[in-house]
Design a protein around this ligand. Structure first.
Ligand SMILES: Cc1cc2nc3c(=O)[nH]c(=O)nc-3n(C[C@H](O)[C@H](O)[C@H](O)COP(=O)(O)O)c2cc1C
Length: 131
């Protein structure tokens, strides 16, 4: 389900500030998709005000890859990165990130597939050779 609001940034900021008084452990928001800016693939950082307003662990998803995830955490823009579609297509994602190995690209057409296998558990695992 997707939601719309006339001022999503103000609403997000209000929610992040309001959650502080409840001692919530973490806040997870989805970054608007990363965009091509000029020739670069960049995250547009719309969640930064909410990250600053929320006083506990801030988690975000939204088109991150390995490099941008590392950078977002290193630059303190978020505490933890969530990988959705990439994890779906790479069930061994932590290992692939550890090795900086190539990733399977997800198939957008099978992401919301009712089939329990197709698009969920039929992506190939990394073949590691014992060097
Ligand atoms: C299997 C799967 C199901 C999803 N279902 C929904 C959904 O029902 N509603 C929604 O707003 N987003 C849904 N999403 C999108 C995620 O909430 C999120 O926007 C997205 O995964 C962002 O991270 P990513 O780019 O790392 O995948 C889904 C994502 C995946 C991988």
């Amino acid at each position: 389900m997707e939601f719309e609001d006339s001022n999503l940034n103000a609403l997000g900021l209000y929610v992040a500030e309001s959650l502080n008084k409840y001692g919530i452990l973490y806040c997870h928001m989805i970054e608007p998709r990363m965009k091509i800016v000029g020739e670069k693939f960049e995250c547009i950082n719309k969640l930064l005000p909410m990250r600053k307003a929320f006083r506990s662990t801030f988690i975000s998803a939204g088109g991150y890859d390995r490099e941008y995830g590392i950078r977002a955490v290193a630059e303190n823009r978020i505490d933890l990165v969530v990988y959705g579609q990439l994890f779906l297509a790479n069930l061994d994602l932590p290992r692939r990130f550890e090795l900086n190995a190539p990733l399977n690209m997800y198939n957008s057409e099978t992401i919301a597939n009712p089939d329990p296998v197709v698009g969920y558990s039929d992506y190939p695992f990394l073949e590691e050779t014992n060097a």
